[in-house]
Write a protein that binds this ligand. Structure first.
Ligand code: SF4
Length: 145
C-alpha cells in the first residue's frame, strides 16, 4: 500500500514540530528543511491546523507549534484522515470492474487495508521522534546542516 504524499508530509511536519526546541518555525522554513514545495506543505499545514494538531501564529515571533493533541495523536488516525476510507483499488468509476458485485478479493483487500491502519493506531507522534529519529530531525532543522 502506497501512502499519498500529503499523508507522509503531514506526519513529517508533526514529527518535525514534536522535536522543535527553539523559536517556532514558519511554514516556509519547514518546507525548506523538508525540501518540499511550500504550496503543497501549506495545504497540509492548514488541514493539520483544522484538526487541532498544530497552531499557526502569524506575525513577528509567529510560526508553527504542535499542540498537545498533535503530540499524542495516533499515527493511524492521521493516516486514516489523510488517506480517506476509499478502496485501495478502483472497482467502480467510469469503467467498473465486472466482478464488482461479487468479488472476494475486494473484501480481502479492505481487511488488509484496515489491518494496515490498525497497526499504526497505537503509535503516537511522540513515539515516532524517540531516538534516533528525534535527534536527527533536530539536526536537519539546524541552519547550515
Ligand atoms: S477484481 Fe475485485 S478488487 Fe479487483 S477491481 Fe474487480 S471488484 Fe475490485
Amino acid at each position: 500500500m502506497r501512502l499519498l504524499r500529503s499523508t507522509d508530509l503531514a506526519l513529517r511536519v508533526l514529527m518535525r514540530l514534536a522535536v522543535e526546541d527553539g523559536p517556532t518555525p514558519t511554514t516556509r522554513e519547514v518546507a525548506n528543511d523538508m525540501d518540499v514545495p511550500y504550496t503543497h506543505l501549506a495545504k497540509v499545514v492548514a488541514e493539520l491546523q483544522h484538526l487541532g494538531l498544530l497552531v499557526a501564529r502569524r506575525g513577528r515571533g509567529g510560526g508553527l507549534a504542535l499542540t498537545e493533541k498533535g503530540r499524542t495523536a495516533s499515527v493511524g488516525a492521521v493516516v486514516r484522515t489523510f488517506e480517506g476510507c476509499g478502496d485501495v483499488v478502483e472497482c467502480e468509476g467510469a469503467n467498473p470492474c465486472p466482478l464488482n458485485s461479487a468479488c472476494r478479493l475486494r473484501g480481502a483487500l479492505r481487511r488488509a487495508q484496515e489491518a494496515f491502519f490498525a497497526t499504526l493506531d497505537p503509535l503516537t507522534v511522540a513515539d515516532m521522534v524517540a531516538p534516533p529519529t528525534g535527534p536527527l530531525l533536530l539536526e536537519i532543522g539546524r541552519p547550515g546542516v
